[in-house]
Each structure stands twice: as structure tokens, then as C-alpha cells.
Design a protein around this ligand. Structure first.
Ligand code: GLN
Length: 207
């Protein structure tokens, strides 16, 4: 749990489920009785001040294009490298991967995974299912919308949940990624796992 009681959170605000993530983070602050000021980020200068950062679901080709145009691409990378917690959902997961299998997505290369965009969506546009997630006591109501599948993971990725035999929630140190949309439910446990139960940077190396 972060030490400061006055926290700053950012949600990459160029496109997608921005307000839903902002609401979830606000409710999480109320739950923990800490003050969290939350920003929708479309310009440089705010990310370095953030204690929490989320990249929402939406359209990965659009998010990729706009984070490059606005110049926040390299700020997101610096933030992630600082070890502070980052939550990336659906299109956010695609953009954060090392390979999105799509030349229109300039990936951030933060998660050592290869993504298959719209992998589940070709069969079913959207679905909700109760998912067992490592770290959560009870199943999580996972909403999938044209969801990406994680096809290849490197050994430093921890798989937290699978659906149809594919990883759909993963963690790499301070970064938690989901193929589904925790921001579209009232359940705060994925946001809590990402931001308040985040392993300390390089904790694996310290063991
Ligand atoms: N299919 C979308 C993409 O490739 C992601 C869908 C979502 O974020 N709900 O960007």
C-alpha cells in the first residue's frame, strides 16, 4: 500500500473507458479512506506526478496513435520503469505488450507478451463470466468485449487467470494487465490488486 495519504492517479485519457476507470479509482480511495486526485491524461507533465496509472480499454490502434501524437508515450514507459503500479485493461494491454501483431500499434514494450487482438471477439462480441483470479478469494465478474488473447508469455510473466486455456490476467512486477474490463463492473478488486497490493519493485530479485 502506498505510504502517502494524498495520492495522484492518472488514466490515459485519449480514448476509451476513461471515466469508468476514474470512477473506480475514486471509489477505491473512499474504500481505503485515502485522498486520491484523479486526472484524465492527454498531455505531458502529469504522469511523472502520478502514484497510480491506468491505460483503459478502447481501440488500441487509436490509443497507440494518440499517445504518440501527444508525446506521453515515453512518459508512460518512464513511469512503468520507476516501479509504480500500472493497470492496463484490454486495449491498454494490447498497447503495453511487446508485440500486438498489428503494425498500426506501436507497442510500449512493457509486458513481455505477444497479443492476438480480437481473439475471443471473432466468436463472441462480448461476454461476462466468473473468473478465478490468483490473489482474489472469490471469482471476479469479468466482462470481455472484443477481447485480446495473450498468445505467448515470457517466464517473467505471472499468469493470474485464464479463459478458454489462454491467459487473460497477467502480472509482470508492477504492471497488471487484463483482457477483460474491471472498470465496467462495480467490483474494485482488480484495481485494488493493481494499486494497493502491488509488489515492491524488483521484489522477485530481493527474495
Ligand atoms: N479489440 C480492441 C482493440 O483491438 C480492444 C477492445 C477493448 O478494449 N474492449 O483495440
Amino acid at each position: 500500500m502506498p505510504s502517502s495519504q494524498n495520492l495522484v492517479a492518472g488514466v490515459i485519457g485519449v480514448q476509451g473507458d476513461v471515466s469508468e476507470h476514474m470512477d473506480a479509482i475514486s471509489r477505491l480511495g473512499i474504500y481505503h479512506n485515502v485522498s486520491i486526485e484523479t486526472f484524465s491524461i492527454r498531455q505531458t507533465g502529469i504522469i511523472p506526478k502520478c502514484d497510480f496509472l491506468a491505460i483503459p480499454g478502447g481501440e488500441s490502434t487509436t490509443i497507440s496513435r494518440l499517445i504518440n501524437q501527444t508525446g506521453i508515450y515515453s512518459e508512460i514507459i518512464s513511469y512503468a520503469q520507476s516501479g509504480k503500479p500500472l493497470l492496463v485493461t484490454c486495449a491498454g494491454l494490447i498497447v503495453s505488450s511487446s508485440n500486438a501483431n498489428d503494425s498500426r500499434v506501436k507497442t510500449l514494450d512493457l509486458l513481455d507478451v505477444t497479443i492476438n487482438r480480437n481473439a475471443f471477439g471473432r466468436q463472441i462480441d462480448s461476454l461476462e463470466t466468473n473468473l478465478n483470479v490468483i490473489g482474489l478469494d472469490d471469482p471476479f465478474p469479468a466482462v470481455f468485449i472484443r477481447a485480446p488473447a495473450v498468445e505467448k508469455v515470457s517466464p517473467n510473466i505471472e499468469i493470474l487467470a485464464e479463459y478458454e486455456g489462454k491467459p487473460v490476467a497477467i502480472r509482470q512486477d508492477n504492471i497488471l494487465g487484463t483482457s477483460f474490463h474491471p472498470e465496467l463492473t462495480l467490483d474494485l478488486r482488480i484495481h485494488n490488486l493493481a494499486f494497493f497490493e502491488n509488489p515492491t519493485p524488483n521484489s522477485k530479485n530481493n527474495q
